[in-house]
Design a protein around this ligand. Structure first.
Ligand SMILES: NC(=O)c1ccc[n+]([C@@H]2O[C@H](COP(=O)([O-])OP(=O)(O)OC[C@H]3O[C@@H](n4cnc5c(N)ncnc54)[C@H](OP(=O)(O)O)[C@@H]3O)[C@@H](O)[C@H]2O)c1
Length: 251
């Protein structure tokens, strides 16, 4: 893999799960990493400490990704320390209701679509000027296989993430001429995340049985794919989605 040394990456929602694994890996590849979180200051500081202990550079900054003023304040701190953000990994997971459509209110469904798109809009608007000015940037969004393949109770998340994926394709079309690639990583079920603690063991066993590679994804599996999209190696893929699901669904 070619060097990404010194590039500045913002990983939203990286105090735990996939975001934390991605932050650790990108730091190990030489990037300077902004660990963003909402509530979990201690966990975020632990990720920073792990990175620094292995010689990497990281800083933890609290900001609600749905709030433009908070994201702007985050970026001001990053600019003062390191300059503009070169790579965005938008990973933060805002809360959502898990229930059938027939029990769901518009506030729950519309609220999740609004939160998902608002966060993507706010964060992308904030980081983009530095990328277009440098004629180099990487936008990577965390989607989900549930945006293509429905699962009971997941209509709010699946619908919101489908919108996010199409948003990314439109960005890819508009921003390609300005040197910015835009891609989506779509995991299947991932172990060692908040979602994996919610699913009961029987569901997990069924998912493993239906997965040709014979296990659930680990956060590091997803991080490896994000790292490719973030790197100089990805010179010519944009507007794509990468399924990280061990073959659970094929499309
Ligand atoms: N886990 C899976 O099986 C799976 C499967 C497919 C796709 N994905 C996608 O992968 C991404 C990460 O999922 P995950 O399971 O690793 O998540 P997670 O473990 O639940 O972590 C969520 C992260 O988002 C942060 N966050 C939540 N609301 C925020 C806000 N408003 N502003 C800033 N940060 C906020 C949390 O910070 P605090 O802890 O500080 O609140 C935390 O760091 C999500 O986009 C998810 O949809 C996950």
């Amino acid at each position: 893999m070619t060097s990404t040394t010194g590039r500045v990456v913002l990983v939203t929602g990286s105090s735990s799960g996939i975001g934390a694994a991605t932050a650790r890996l990108l730091a190990a590849r030489g990037m300077r990493v902004v660990i963003n979180y909402l509530h979990s200051a201690k966990a975020a500081e632990e990720v920073v400490a792990d990175i620094e202990a292995t010689g990497g550079q990281a800083m933890a900054i609290q900001a609600d990704v749905c709030e433009p003023a908070a994201v702007e304040a985050l970026l001001e701190r990053v600019r003062a320390a390191w300059g503009g953000v070169d790579v965005l990994v938008h990973n933060a997971l805002t809360p959502y209701a898990i229930k059938p459509f027939q029990d769901m209110t518009w506030k729950e469904l519309g609220g999740k679509v609004d939160d998902e798109m608002r966060a993507a809009f706010v964060v992308t608007k904030a980081v983009l000027p530095a990328m277009t000015e440098n004629h180099w940037g990487r936008l990577i969004y965390l989607g989900t296989g549930l945006s293509r393949q429905p699962r009971a109770g997941m209509i709010a998340l699946g619908t919101a993430k489908a919108a996010l994926t199409q948003f990314a394709r439109y960005l890819a079309q508009e921003l390609g001429p300005q040197g910015v690639t835009v891609n989506v990583v779509e995991p299947g079920p991932v172990a060692e995340t908040t979602m994996s603690t919610v699913l009961d063991d029987e569901v997990k066993q069924r998912q493993v049985a239906a997965t040709p590679l014979g296990r659930l994804a680990r956060p590091a599996d997803v991080a490896n794919v994000v790292a490719f999209y973030a790197s100089e190696d990805n010179a010519f893929m944009t507007g794509t989605t990468a399924a990280v699901n061990g073959g659970l669904a094929m499309y």
